[in-house]
Design a protein around this ligand. Structure first.
Ligand code: SF4
Length: 349
């Protein structure tokens, strides 16, 4: 995939942009003032591979927890701040790794200048996060509704506010809950700036419905070669956001994230219980940390091709199946032995 060339921005030791691997991030949904709950959730996020985490900073008490959170975790920490520029300054005093603010709602020109100068001084990147649901009144009047043009104009105006003070460590996001609007906004912005993109579909929904919308929306933007870091937004456990983020990247061949299962939907030609076999194999491979493709196919129509193309795979036959490894037939196995035999071979990889 041809990716858009963007400028590199360093968030602590995480590089975003300039063809760096597309990172997966999330945001805690704990009360940041509750140190134990927030650190506990970030540790769970780290366990599933989260590479950057954002916390809401609603007040000074939340700022006071930044140092302790940073000490307890390994990944870069970003403060999400609205309306009060003093909180942004205070978070930077605590050496936060990044800020997410909207220069348009954080304070007057003098206050934005203070933030930009301090962020520049401390090399703290800022994400300008445009959200279709909170566009400026005057843009809604000008465009009639939240259009891609309105979102891009909002983003550019906010970026210019920072650039005016010599600040260029910027990441841009243009989020909407509408997939087409999001895609149009990123496409339009891609021609106008070199800053890296944080991609997401906002207010996507619950874990069940939001997964589909996020996969389609984020996937569509990524498939255009746009996007340097992603965040899935789900009403639910943020751990699911991280897992899905990696799965989206893996399905586009942009990152590897554990075992990738390729399995057919089965049909009238299938003569083994492939649904049960595939389900059991998937469950038993969840915790396996190997970057491999496993094909689980019902018959000889597409089975041998997929199984040969994967690192390891099964092509079903009548009450039996062939196991393929590295493109070759390894052995013929009875259907009731396929799961154990395949897992034993995967163990050896
Ligand atoms: Fe049907 Fe065979 Fe295709 Fe699976 S691989 S869907 S069993 S034809």
């Amino acid at each position: 995939m041809q990716r858009r060339k963007s400028k590199a921005v360093e968030m602590a030791d995480l590089k975003i942009g300039a063809f760096a691997p597309i990172s997966v991030q999330s945001m805690t949904n704990t009360d940041t003032r509750d140190l134990k709950a927030t650190v506990g959730q970030i540790k769970r996020l780290e366990e599933v591979g989260c590479e950057l985490v954002r916390i809401a900073i609603p007040d000074q008490k939340a700022v006071e927890n930044i140092s302790a959170i940073k000490e307890a975790i390994k990944i870069p920490l970003v403060a999400d701040i609205h309306f009060d520029y003093k909180l942004a300054l205070a978070a930077m005093e605590k050496n936060i790794d990044g800020l997410r603010i909207n220069p348009g709602n954080i304070g007057n020109t003098k206050e934005v200048k203070e933030i930009a100068e301090m962020a520049k001084d401390k090399s703290i990147p800022i994400r300008v996060g445009v959200n279709a649901g909170s566009l400026e009144e005057k843009l809604l009047e000008k465009y009639g509704e939240a259009t891609a043009e309105a979102m891009v104009e909002s983003g550019l105006t906010q970026v210019e506010l920072l650039e005016k003070f010599g600040f260029k460590d910027i990441i841009i996001s243009l989020k909407a809950s509408d997939v087409e609007l999001t895609l149009d906004a990123y496409r339009l912005m891609a021609d106008k700036v070199e800053y890296p993109f944080h991609v997401g579909i906002t207010e996507a929904g619950t874990v069940r419905s939001g997964k589909i919308k996020s996969a389609v929306g984020i996937g569509a933007v990524l498939a255009q070669g746009l996007g340097d870091t992603i965040r899935v937004s789900l009403t639910g456990d943020p751990v699911e956001e991280v897992k899905l983020g990696f799965e989206i990247l893996q399905s586009l061949g942009l990152r590897e994230y554990g075992v990738e299962i390729i399995s057919c939907p089965t049909c009238g030609r299938c003569e083994i219980d492939l649904v049960e076999i595939a389900t059991e194999i998937e469950e038993r491979l969840i915790e396996i940390d190997k970057q491999i493709q496993v094909a689980i196919m019902g018959c000889v129509v597409n089975g041998p091709g997929e199984a040969r193309g994967a690192d390891i795979g099964i092509a079903g036959g009548k009450n039996q199946g062939l196991i393929f490894k590295n493109g070759e037939v390894l052995k013929k196995v009875a259907a009731n032995q396929l799961v154990e035999e395949l897992l034993a071979e995967i163990e050896k990889i």
